[in-house]
Design a protein around this ligand. Structure first.
Ligand code: F6P
Length: 328
């Protein structure tokens, strides 16, 4: 193991995700295991620029494996996008004798990390944490599994009221650019239709599908819509459109919003976070840098950060067909 890395900084950045705390815990304890100092950096790149650092030891992370959110707080930093901001960040890290970084976040976080590494040759490892699961090089990002379970539970509850009133519900779920959440919860909660950014179903086909559903004897329906869906209408416009063209339906909208990002992480996310934290620290100690730790075929694997950022995280199109068959 390298002698040069003696102190590692860990931070969370971008949208928080359940499992981030479990990853922080793992990074801190792996450092302790290898007798390396660890420093928590607060509010992502914002805190890095301000030098908002706190030494962490194995006991600082007790009782957080089951907590949602992030004890280190998070932010989407605009200042770090500037050269000046990154220069200040580098100065603060150097003053604090931090030799390497573990950044937990999504593609925005990794893009910042890559630029920083290019400019200052600073050793960095990324851990993917976002409920969207939109990162190439890992089958699962931290928080995704928990979010799926949270959303399915919410839809099950909406289903109760939808069927009591014979209503059609449009339910908007998170996923700016990808439909992983929508597609999986759609199948998991037995939605009649799933609208995702990867496929343009079209308004006519949506109406057709709803008519078929009604004709087959269904009295209530659930349509799951990813926030980045291709039809281009938001859930409220969809409601108006369907009500206008299908007077037989009473329609309601539910935007699940940020509740999808909260809650205690699932066992899957806790285990994944623990594995990823160990790998991130040990890879830095082996002098590896500019990689993201991911899960591929149930094995922890490294992907170069630029590939993780530029690559496309593909959704499982087979699920769309499964959904079609299930809604027969
Ligand atoms: O973290 C990903 C995500 O939750 C997206 O699904 C969503 O579009 C976005 O973050 C919301 O970001 P913010 O909390 O900054 O409004």
């Amino acid at each position: 193991m390298s002698k040069s890395i003696k102190k590692i900084g860990v931070m969370t950045s971008g949208g928080d995700a359940p499992g981030m705390n479990a990853a922080i815990r793992s990074v801190v304890r792996t450092c302790a295991f290898h007798n390396i100092e660890c420093v928590g950096i607060y509010r992502g790149y914002e805190g890095m620029i301000e030098g908002d650092f706190k030494p962490m030891n194995a006991r600082s992370v007790k009782g957080i494996i089951n907590k949602g959110g992030t004890v280190l707080k998070s932010a989407r930093s605009k200042t770090f996008m500037t050269k000046e901001g990154r220069k200040t960040a580098y100065q603060k890290l150097t003053e604090a004798n931090i030799d390497a970084l573990v950044t937990i976040g999504g593609d925005g976080t990794f893009t910042g990390a890559m630029v920083f590494n290019q400019e200052y040759d600073f050793p960095i490892m990324g851990i993917p944490g976002t409920i969207d699961n939109d990162i190439f090089g890992t089958s699962h990002t931290l928080g995704y599994d928990t979010a799926l379970n949270t959303v399915v539970e919410a839809i099950d509850k909406i289903r109760d009221t939808a069927s009591s009133h014979n209503r059609l519900f449009f339910i908007e779920v998170m996923g700016r650019d990808v439909g992983h959440i929508a597609l999986n919860v759609g199948v998991g909660a037995g939605a009649e239709e799933i609208l995702i950014p990867e496929e343009d179903l079209g308004l006519d086909r949506l109406l057709e599908s709803l008519r078929r559903s009604k004709a087959s004897g269904k009295s209530s329906s659930i349509v799951v819509v990813a926030e980045g869906d291709k039809i281009g209408k938001n859930v409220f416009e969809l409601k108006d459109y369907v009500e206008e063209h299908m007077t037989e339906y009473e329609v309601r909208v539910s935007v699940l919003g940020h509740m999808q990002r909260g809650g205690s992480p699932s066992c899957f996310d806790r285990v994944l976070a623990s594995r990823m934290g160990v790998k991130a620290v040990e890879s830095l100690l082996e002098n590896k840098t500019n990689f993201m730790v991911g899960l591929l075929h149930d094995k922890i694997a490294l992907t170069p950060l630029d590939k993780a950022v530029k690559g496309k995280s593909e959704i499982n199109m087979e699920l769309l067909r499964v959904s079609d068959i299930m809604t027969t």
